[in-house]
Write a protein that binds this ligand. Structure first.
Ligand SMILES: C[S@@+](CC[C@H](N)C(=O)[O-])C[C@H]1O[C@@H](n2cnc3c(N)ncnc32)[C@H](O)[C@@H]1O
Length: 237
């Protein structure tokens, strides 16, 4: 049985021809895809040979049949750009952003990304590259996680030249500050886990405010608490 986090990730995966699990470690999500016949061909990658070995052990029958390819590599290096669906989960949002944008990286045709932190940074990177975010929500499994599901821009930024790329990077983002920080879906659907996350964050601020603080620190923490309260009340969107 998978953890709720893995179950949630699996629930967002869908049938494709080719699938890649980047930073796969144990390889559970790829097992879900292959066992369910949800992809014809899977690639499992990890930067650590030791971590990749766990997936190789779990998926040995699929590897032996030639429907799963293990690859010890950094990020998306060596992964086919035409892969239909790419999962990158359990890493920081900055690390995921680097994987997508650094040499060898690309915005996958379809992606499921689960940053452990810095989701706002990752959202901004995706939006600046024209990606479409289709699902984006917080869920709880002992702690709170964000998951971002979407697609590359139709043209995937290709063939437009530097000027267009520069314009894209400088263009105003279509998201508000709160949407960037929390994701649009959380703000519009206001799911129970997201509201519980906000309440927890407000409680943390109350705990900080109960301690002796400099005037400046108190003002900053109070401002942040009021902002979170505004989001919780649905007044800030
Ligand atoms: C916490 S585990 C997450 C495993 C799995 N994706 C999950 O969500 O349960 C993070 C994995 O990402 C791998 N990793 C970290 N940076 C990476 C990179 N740049 N490229 C590929 N794998 C990476 C680590 O070796 C580790 O196995």
């Amino acid at each position: 049985m998978y953890s709720k986090r893995i179950e949630t990730l699996c629930s967002l995966l869908f049938p494709v021809d080719t699938f890649a699990d980047i930073g796969c470690d144990h390889g559970y999500c790829t097992e879900y895809m292959l066992r369910g016949g949800l992809c014809r061909q899977a690639t499992v990658t990890d930067i650590s040979a030791e971590c990749l070995q766990k997936a190789e052990t779990l998926l040995w029958e699929y590897i032996a049949k030639g429907v799963c390819t293990p690859l010890c590599t950094d990020g998306l290096r060596g992964v086919d750009k035409n892969t239909d669906l790419v999962l990158i989960a359990g890493m920081g949002g900055m690390e995921i952003s680097h994987i997508l944008t650094e040499e060898g990286g690309f915005i996958p045709k379809s992606f499921v990304l689960q940053p452990m932190r810095d989701a706002a940074y990752l959202r901004e990177v995706l939006l600046r590259r024209g990606a479409r975010i289709e699902r984006d929500f917080t869920f709880a499994d002992g702690k709170f996680y964000d998951v971002i599901v979407g697609r590359a821009a139709d043209d995937n930024g290709e063939g437009e030249g530097d000027r267009s790329e520069k314009n894209k990077a400088e263009a105003a983002l279509p998201y508000s500050r709160a949407e960037l920080e929390f994701g649009r879906e959380n703000l519009s659907l206001r799911g129970g886990d997201f509201l519980a996350y906000l309440r927890g964050e407000i409680e943390k601020k109350d705990n900080v405010l109960a301690r002796p603080l400099s005037e400046r620190a108190r003002r900053e923490v109070t401002e942040r608490k009021e902002y979170l309260q505004g989001v919780l009340a649905g007044e800030i969107k």
